[in-house]
Each structure stands twice: as C-alpha cells, then as structure tokens.
Design a protein around this ligand. Structure first.
Ligand code: ATP
Ligand code: MG
Length: 255
C-alpha cells in the first residue's frame, strides 16, 4: 500500500512546492511509483512537473466537486513513474463549494483510496493555509512533512501547524503522524541558517531529516522550465540534496 505524505506549512514561501516537486521526481527516478497531488490553487506543483496547468482538461477541482472521477483527472507518466493530479486557480473555489457538503473533510481521501494501491508514494503539495484543502490533504495522508525555511522567524506558526495535525489525528484521521521537518534554503555563508537549525533542534520534539536543502539557484530556476531538479540539473547541489532526502524518506518507510 502506498505511503501518502502531505507537504504542509501554512507559512508562505518556505519551500513546500519545491520539496513536493523534487521529492516526487527523485522518488520516481529511484524506481518508486509516485502520484503527485497538487492541492494548491497556485498550481505550481503541476507546472513545475511539466504540465500546462491551464490547458489540462480536468483538474482536482472537478474531482472535489464531483464532476470527474479520479481516473479522468489523472495525468499519467508525465515523467517516468510519476502521475499527477493537477490543479490550477479553479481550485480556489473549492472551499466555498464544500460548505455544507457531507463528509467534506474526506472528499479527496475517498477518491484517492481507489487508486492508492497503484503507487509506492503519494506526495501532496498543500497551500499556505490551514484551510479545508489542507484538512483534506491531512485526512488523506499517512504523514505530514514540514519544510522549515532557515530564516529568523522559522518557528513562528509551527505550534499552530502541530496543533492542527493533532486535532486532525484526534478527530478525523487517527493514524496521521508527523513525518518530520526538513530544513530548506540553508545558506552556508551566513551564521543565521546554522543558528536556526540549532534553535529548531533544541526546541522541537519532532523527527528532523539529516538532509538539509541548501539555497541553490538551480532549484529556483527549474520550475520556469517545467522540470524537476533531477532533470534540469542533475549535478547541482539542489538535485543532490533532494535525491538524498528521497533516500531518507524511503529508508524511514522501511523502519
Ligand atoms: P507557497 O506558500 O506560496 O506555496 P512554498 O512554501 O510552496 O510557497 P516554494 O514555492 O517552494 O515555497 O518556494 C518559494 C520560493 O523560493 C520559490 O521562488 C522557489 O523557487 C524558491 N526556493 C525554494 N527552495 C529553494 C532553495 N532551496 N534554493 C533556492 N530557492 C528556493
Ligand atoms: Mg507552494
């Protein structure tokens, strides 16, 4: 049965989508069957994995409002071993559409249950909010992976996120776990990055991935070419770090 990992942090711009894109692609390169689910109306995961998000016929929004089956939304093998459920700005209406809908917290889960056995990993990119879309990601997921940007306010908002995960676990998805935190945009030239890592390690009782994602310009460039980092520049420090993160995710799953 596939392992479903939601990449979440309600803070904007911390590297969720970059991590979701590149973790998915690196897992796929390692021979794992991967489903990438874009749950953010910004649609950056979809475009970053090479889809033209505005010309795809059906998106996850159509699935959420019951206008399409999951198989109709699926974009198969956009990259070898990797399928995508794409999103675009249409998804921003989902929140409103879900008001009053029965079992609205489980809409995505109910669709994904039908196909999860086809995959080794399902990676969900969440929007920067603790909205109904994020709740749906958390009821679908087995675990939540939290990217933390190496900057001064790194810990801000983290307690709300952990509290949300605990509430979802208590009331909606008893098997949900926090997969761990991964540091992103680490800048070896500044003391600040190092201080943030030390501070979080001292204050957070969560699993912390050994792999630290460096600040790397190639990671920022790759999405504009619609390529994950292992395709765009396989020799870059960014590619190396996400390949190592994929190894860690795989070996944690085997524990
Ligand atoms: P949002 O909250 O808006 O969804 P996010 O958490 O998904 O944002 P990203 O979109 O992944 O964050 O990253 C924010 C910006 O930082 C992007 O322009 C991205 O290209 C850049 N970025 C992310 N990670 C790195 C990195 N390791 N090195 C350099 N640039 C990065
Ligand atoms: Mg994002």
């Amino acid at each position: 049965m596939g392992r479903i990992i939601a990449i979440a942090n309600q803070k904007g711009g911390v590297g969720k989508t970059t991590t979701a894109i590149n973790l998915s692609a690196c897992l796929a390169e390692k021979g794992q069957k991967v489903l990438a689910i874009d749950m953010d109306p910004q649609g950056n995961m979809s475009s970053g994995l090479g889809l033209d998000k505005n010309s795809v016929e059906k998106t996850i929004y159509d699935m959420i409002i019951g206008e399409a089956e999951v198989e109709e939304v699926l974009q198969r093998e956009t990259i070898e071993n990797l399928d995508i459920l794409p999103a675009n700005v249409d998804l921003s209406a989902a929140e409103i559409e879900l008001i009053g809908v029965e079992e609205k917290e489980y809409i995505v889960r109910n669709s994904i249950q039908k196909i999860r056995d086809n995959y080794d990993y399902v990676v969900i990119d969440c929007p920067p909010s603790l909205s109904m879309l994020t709740i749906n990601a958390m009821t679908t997921a087995d675990s939540v992976l939290v990217p933390i940007q190496c900057e001064y306010y790194a810990l801000e908002g983290l307690s709300q996120l952990i509290h949300t995960v605990e509430l979802v676990k208590e009331r909606l998805n008893p098997t949900l776990e926090i997969e761990g935190v991964v540091f992103t945009m680490y800048d070896a030239r500044t003391n600040l990055s190092l201080q943030v890592v030390e501070n979080v390690k001292d204050n957070l009782q969560q699993n912390i991935y050994k792999t630290i994602i460096p600040r790397n310009i190639r990671l920022a460039e790759a999405p504009s070419y619609g390529m994950p980092i292992n395709q765009y520049d396989a020799k870059s420090a960014g590619a190396d770090s996400y390949m190592r993160l994929a190894d860690e995710v795989i070996s944690r799953g085997e524990e």
